[in-house]
Write a protein that binds this ligand. Structure first.
Ligand code: PMP
Length: 391
């Protein structure tokens, strides 16, 4: 549609519309100039693995990890999740995936020959998994539970108490490994703590030993194109994940790893002076918060869209409203149809909730400028007035 000259605004992006912080980008450039262009060790350069262990202790309260045995640097967090699943699962195993889920989780389970077990969560529970929901999904075949906090697609964040309640259930199942996908952690607007709680440090005995924490640089540092992420967890799983990686791709880009070391150094320095993760990241997060508040205000004013838990999400850069009233009003039977109509007729791209296993929602990303957001909401509002009001 854009090529045809049509005015299309995208509320679909899954990446920050910000540049990589300058000193981080410069570190990548310097790595080229200095000729650090050879293969890196399969599981990552030592400086980065050490910085990751220090970061997980400093920001997440996760202790006892070893840079050589517990950490694997990967080509993005996506690879970290896929490798953990491939390392842990055999055909017939079950991977428990709360819905709405990030689109890749069920497919990764299938890739490993395992069966995704989708557990529905409730709009009024902010689409967070409850201990009862988890208990009801676990069987003797359950091998992995995947949690994502802050969540893509909802932006919801588990509190420490909520994680601990899930951990008490998980720890009764000796075979169960938990993948905690924390890729959006720095994009966080809630709570008194500077960072969202991590499953591995939720305080329940046995939780840390069964958790693979996944994180990366794509979202927090606006580094999606650099392709660097990591996993950290039990040594046998990390070792097996590294074996998978060594046959698939070898180590992550050496240049990106040097830039990533700088990103973590930036956070360490910020923490030493009472900050969170450096001025550039903090101002990006402040801008995301401003847009979140604006976008939620517009949705509320339009009516017919229900925010999960009835509130602004605490993290990431997505809204995931329930829009069945918009669907009814416009005669759309599915979120795919609604999404296509809003694209074709209003010129705004969104992602249908069905992609995330929740067919009566839409995902709206506010990783776009304030001006574009305003225009997008104007267009959606006008379209609703014409097509869905009072029907
Ligand atoms: N987990 C979630 C929930 C994501 O949204 C994404 C990116 N869309 C990833 C993992 C993967 O990030 P990357 O591979 O860029 O590090």
């Amino acid at each position: 549609m854009k090529r045809e000259g049509k005015d299309v605004i995208s509320l679909a992006p899954g990446e920050p519309d910000f540049a990589t912080p300058e000193r981080v980008a410069r570190a990548g450039g310097l790595a080229i100039e200095e000729g650090r262009t050879k293969y890196s060790p399969n599981a990552g350069i030592a400086d980065l693995r050490e910085a990751i262990v220090a970061k997980l202790e400093r920001e997440n309260g996760i202790t006892g990890l070893s840079p050589t045995d517990s950490v694997v640097v990967t080509n993005g967090a996506k690879q970290a999740i896929a490798e953990t699943i491939l390392a842990a699962c055999s055909p017939g195993d079950e991977v428990v995936v709360p819905s709405p889920y990030w689109v890749s989780y069920p497919e990764m389970a299938r890739l490993a020959g395992a069966d995704p077990v989708v557990v529905r969560t409730r709009l009024e529970d902010n689409f967070l998994l409850t201990p009862e929901g988890l208990e009801g999904a676990l069987t003797e075949k359950s091998r992995v539970l995947i949690l994502c906090s802050p969540s893509n697609p909802t932006g919801a964040v588990y509190t420490k108490a909520q994680l601990a309640a899930l951990a008490r259930v998980a720890c009764r199942h000796p075979r169960l490994l938990v993948i905690s996908d924390e890729i959006y952690e720095h994009i966080y607007y809630g709570g008194e703590d500077p960072f969202p709680s991590s499953f591995a440090s939720c305080g329940v005995p046995g939780a840390a030993e069964r958790t693979v924490t996944v994180n990366g640089f794509s979202k927090s540092f606006a580094m999606t194109g650099w392709r660097v992420g990591y996993l950290a967890g039990p040594a046998p799983i990390a070792k097996a994940a590294a074996k998978v990686q060594s046959q698939f791709t070898s180590g992550a880009s050496s240049l990106a790893q040097h830039a990533a070391v700088e990103a973590l150094a930036m956070c360490e320095e910020a923490a030493a002076s009472g900050g969170r993760c450096g001025d550039e990241v903090e101002s990006m997060v402040a801008e995301f918060r401003r847009r979140r508040d604006y976008a939620c205000g517009r949705l509320r004013a339009m009516g017919g869209a229900i925010l999960p838990g009835g509130r602004e999400p605490d993290g990431a850069f997505y809204l995931f409203p329930e829009v069945s009233e918009w669907m009814r009003g416009s005669g759309c039977e599915t979120s795919d149809e609604l999404c296509m109509r809003i694209l074709r007729e209003a010129g705004v791209a969104t992602v249908p909730g069905s992609a995330f296993g929740q067919g009566d929602c839409l995902r709206l990303s506010y990783a776009t400028s304030m001006g574009e957001l305003e225009r997008a909401f104007d267009k959606i509002e006008a379209w609703l007035r014409e097509n869905a009001a009072g029907k």
